[in-house]
Design a protein around this ligand. Structure first.
Ligand SMILES: [Zn+2]
Length: 149
């Protein structure tokens, strides 16, 4: 999925937990794709730990980031945001599993998932995933926080 879709999903999850949750969720939603910056975006078919959808798209890293976030955020009494970050990371893995590139979220187990439902950046993604997420997010913002556009 594209960055905007992951951000919308994370912000929606976080929006249910408060205003700071929305920000934490948006960041957590896009965080796994930092691997594109770190390792580049290789298109070869063989799965590798240090390539796009490698280690950053695993439950192992989701737990590690959550533990690190807990250590940092507990200094400022924002521990509840750790749950938001964890859920946003899981949403990223779940959304990417709908694409055509395999990921192995259960690493070190070799089980890979790839549902091959939606291609990245297509009109189908924006119409059936991104747009509904944004509409629900707007509804959450309006009803929960009483912000009117
Ligand atoms: Zn991703």
């Amino acid at each position: 999925m594209t960055r905007i879709t992951h951000m919308a999903a994370g912000a929606l999850i976080g929006g249910l937990f408060g205003k700071y949750g929305m920000l934490a969720g948006a960041v957590g939603g896009v965080l796994p794709d930092i691997d594109v910056r770190l390792f580049g975006e290789e298109k070869d078919r063989e799965w590798h730990l240090f390539k796009h959808r490698g280690i950053t798209h695993t439950l192992l890293l989701a737990f590690a980031v959550s533990i690190g976030s807990y250590i940092y955020l507990s200094l400022y009494d924002y521990e509840k945001l750790v749950f938001v970050i964890f859920l946003a990371l899981l949403s990223h893995i779940a959304l990417d599993s709908l694409n055509f590139q395999e990921e192995k979220p259960f690493y070190p187990l070799k089980t890979g998932i790839c549902f091959k439902i939606i291609k990245v950046g297509t009109i189908q993604e924006y119409l059936f995933i991104t747009l509904p997420l944004f509409l629900i997010l707007i509804e959450v913002v309006i009803t929960k926080y009483k912000y009117y556009i």
